[in-house]
Ligand binder design. Sequence first.
Ligand SMILES: Cc1cc2nc3c(=O)[nH]c(=O)nc-3n(C[C@H](O)[C@H](O)[C@H](O)COP(=O)(O)O)c2cc1C
Length: 192
Amino acid sequence: MNQVLENILSRRSVRDYKPEQIPKESLEQILLAGRYAASGWNKQLWKFVAIQDRTVLDSVDRALKQSILNVDSKGIGDYYLKSLQRMAKSDYDLFYGAPTLVIIADTPNNDVAREDCALAAGNMMLMATELNIGSCWLNQLVNFSKAPEVRALFSKLGIPENYEIYSSVALGYATRDFKKIAHRKDDVATII
Ligand SMILES: Cc1cc2nc3c(=O)[nH]c(=O)nc-3n(C[C@H](O)[C@H](O)[C@H](O)COP(=O)(O)O)c2cc1C
């Protein structure tokens, strides 16, 4: 099968990672794949921050948990928030134990920031698949991008103060085989 299609078909969201770190060259290739995603007017206003330092990862996890616990439920479904808050109170790792987390940020002044960042994240996840590295889009940092506890980390992470987080991608080796394909609808495409 064509390699690109094979990667697309075999990519799975991995939600349990080994502590073993991914090689630097692999991370560089994954970031390169992100940089070569299409972007509106080719502006490439995104910033990718790959965190591999366990202390920094833990501080992001802590800030995210604090912001989840401090939130008033406005805009977030009650059920979703309650389950998040249960996790935030425990020592559960919101990043599934992934040794690498790539945060993808952009300026809200970019009309297509969300689209640009999603394409970059998609490229990164496919490149990871090619390298037998597991990945998963994690949306909590996106949901809590405006929370003061998360924003307090921006300068430490090298994210400009006026930016927002549009995606984050966990990377690492899966603890088990996640290859079983998630259900895909077969009635969404029309050829005319
Ligand atoms: C915008 C977006 C947000 C997502 N947020 C999360 C998330 O917060 N946590 C998670 O475990 N998976 C998240 N996912 C992964 C989806 O649940 C997953 O892609 C979907 O169930 C299909 O499974 P597959 O990726 O294994 O094919 C997200 C995916 C997308 C595209």
